[in-house]
Design a protein around this ligand. Structure first.
Ligand code: PEP
Length: 261
């Protein structure tokens, strides 16, 4: 049975002192929680601070980006090995801000995923359509292309280790989340692709998260949405109280559910 995953993406926010306080509050608030896996993705500058606090707890450390090479003359970049050394479990790849603001393409994203898998880090692959693509009716085509190009050439056991995050670009940071029907439609398509590649049992075990204006107020509905195996939370993960409420909503909704087909 898979455990839902809730990831807080702090983006480019916070000093080390702020990261310490936020992590401490989240750690205290999640206590002995076992029903939801929680990961925190602070900026690179705070990874070490957060890692120290998470050392003995259940919370996982995640990074927001990575380079695909192990080492070398790549000024300003961070390698998978460096992230593993700090205690990271997950790394977000292909976030729409990376794709749109920093022009990362599907080939770059595929290289990063392969490098993470070689280093035994769990990639969280973000995919999502722009509003223009949705309005044109090309959502499923865009998502399929993003997923398939990121997985190209990977062995089956590698694909099974990837967490997928459907994040419609128009929903990120806008206060406008996708509705349950839109989410289930896209998640089911991703699951179909995975079934074709891995077979039904392994595909069912892969987690597909939703991300885009998740908040304490809509977390209950998102947790109850078919095919949603967790959340990638941006803005709302920066306040401990709200983030904890999101986690609790997920825990309440998922407790006791059989997730097997
Ligand atoms: C994100 O950045 O991954 C995200 C989902 O942001 P927000 O929750 O702020 O929309």
């Amino acid at each position: 049975m898979k455990t839902p995953l809730v990831v807080g993406n702090w983006k480019m926010h916070g000093s080390c002192a702020e990261a310490r306080t936020l992590t401490g509050c989240i750690r205290q608030g999640t206590g002995a929680l076992r029903t939801v896996e929680v990961a925190l993705a602070p900026p690179f500058t705070a990874l070490s601070t957060v890692a120290t606090i998470l050392k003995r707890g259940n919370l996982r450390l995640a990074a927001q980006n990575v380079h695909w090479e192990e080492a070398g003359a790549f000024t300003g970049e961070i390698s998978p090995k460096m992230l593993r050394d700090l205690g990271c479990r997950y790394v977000i790849v292909g976030h729409s801000e990376r794709r749109h603001l920093f022009h990362e393409d599907n080939r770059t994203i595929a290289k990063k995923i392969a490098a993470l898998l070689r280093t035994e880090l769990g990639p969280i692959l973000c995919v999502g359509e722009t509003l223009k693509e949705r309005d044109k009716g090309t959502t499923v085509r865009v998502i399929s292309r993003q997923v398939l190009s990121a997985l190209k050439g990977l062995p089956k056991n590698g694909i099974g280790k990837i967490t997928f995050a459907y994040e419609p670009v128009w929903a990120i940071g806008t206060g406008r989340n996708a509705n349950p029907d839109q989410i289930t439609h896209v998640h089911s398509r991703i699951r179909e692709i995975l079934k074709g590649l891995l077979g039904k049992a392994k595909a069912t075990n892969c987690r597909i998260l939703y991300g885009g204006s998740a908040r304490p107020e809509n977390a209950g509905e998102l947790a109850g949405t078919p095919e949603v195996d967790g959340l990638l939370v941006g803005g709302a993960s920066l306040r401990a109280e709200g983030f904890l409420k999101i986690i609790r909503e997920f825990s309440r909704s998922w407790r006791g559910q059989s997730l097997e087909e």
